[in-house]
Ligand binder design. Structure first.
Ligand SMILES: NC(=O)c1ccc[n+]([C@@H]2O[C@H](COP(=O)([O-])OP(=O)(O)OC[C@H]3O[C@@H](n4cnc5c(N)ncnc54)[C@H](O)[C@@H]3O)[C@@H](O)[C@H]2O)c1
Length: 278
């Protein structure tokens, strides 16, 4: 669908992929609704758009997507301010790490509260408004960790598999409707996600966390603006599945070719990577 003159709501718009996407959407002539829990990040995104695309309508809203009531309040304000919404991008997300045995339940609850429940609250709340539009689009940001499992990432992987399952089910339900539902699978993108992540607190898990940051620095190569460009292209082409980065394509292929043994290849890949950075 076209983006020009449409209203696009982006959650997690204060940083990384969400910020890049909001700025790119404004550059395409969309009105942009910025939502984030972080007011400073929102201010930054707002001023970038205002400076470079002063003709674009943009407004920012502090909202914690993991709180249902806040999401419902957000919808009232957005519909009052913008009248309609055409494109919803459920991008807000958090990362966490820790082995299953050492991670407490709170780590899982926190990860799911944003990555899955946030997507559910936003989708259910905005669905009635999207259904009234001639054409509408929902993009849910999963991850390559919604395609494969990963050591020390069980909470994050499970939440991103949940986003994928939710999106694919919703897509079937909306098959005959005006709404296209897409799932986005980014590989490693250079953002603040690892810095803002939480981890289990044992010494072993702290080490895993430190390694995860090192691995990220060595292998997260895609720029957020490139990710935003691919998402925008995906929306324009009504794509239902958007892979971002060469690493995402490779992981997608290996998970299909070797569904029962890909994990051994991934373990070996990371062992080599860790040896090269230790
Ligand atoms: N960076 C990567 O390598 C990567 C890879 C795959 C998937 N992703 C996914 O992409 C999405 C964007 O992540 P990013 O890499 O840009 O990270 P980021 O940390 O740079 O941005 C995430 C944004 O979400 C916001 N946020 C967090 N909790 C929130 C909440 N409860 N309510 C509202 N906003 C909240 C943060 O304040 C932040 O501005 C996430 O869903 C992430 O899981 C990222």
């Amino acid at each position: 669908m076209q983006i020009k003159n449409k209203v696009m709501l982006v959650t997690g718009a204060g940083s990384g992929i969400g910020q890049a996407l909001a700025v790119s959407a404004a550059s395409e002539g969309a009105s942009v609704v910025l939502c984030d829990i972080d007011s400073k990040g929102l201010e930054e995104s707002f001023s970038i758009i205002n400076k470079h695309y002063p003709l674009s309508k943009v407004k920012s809203y502090v909202c914690d997507v993991s709180k249902r009531q806040m999401v419902e309040e957000l919808a009232k304000k957005v519909i009052y301010d913008f009248g309609d919404i055409d494109i919803l991008v459920n991008n807000a997300g958090v990362a966490s790490s820790g082995r299953v045995g050492e991670s407490d339940y709170e780590l899982y609850e926190w990860t799911f509260s944003v990555n899955f429940w946030g997507v559910l609250y936003m989708t259910k709340t905005f669905l009635p408004f999207l259904l009234t539009r001639p054409k509408a689009y929902i993009a849910n940001i999963s991850s390559v960790y919604g395609l494969v499992g990963m050591h020390s990432q069980s909470a994050y992987c499970a939440s991103k598999f949940a986003v994928r399952g939710f999106s694919e089910s919703l897509r079937m339900e909306l098959y005959d409707s005006n709404i296209t539902v897409s799932t986005v699978f980014p590989g490693g993108i250079k953002t603040n996600i690892a810095k803002n992540s939480r981890s289990a607190t044992t010494a072993a898990d702290q080490k895993i966390q430190e390694r995860a940051v090192k691995i990220e620095e060595a292998s997260f190569t895609t720029d957020p603006l490139e990710a935003a460009y691919l998402i925008i292209q995906g929306i324009k082409k009504d794509k239902t599945r958007i892979l971002i980065g060469k690493d995402a394509s490779q992981i997608d292929i290996i998970s299909r070719l070797k569904p029962d043994s890909y994990y051994i290849d991934i373990i070996k890949y990371y062992e080599n990577l860790i040896r090269s950075i230790d």
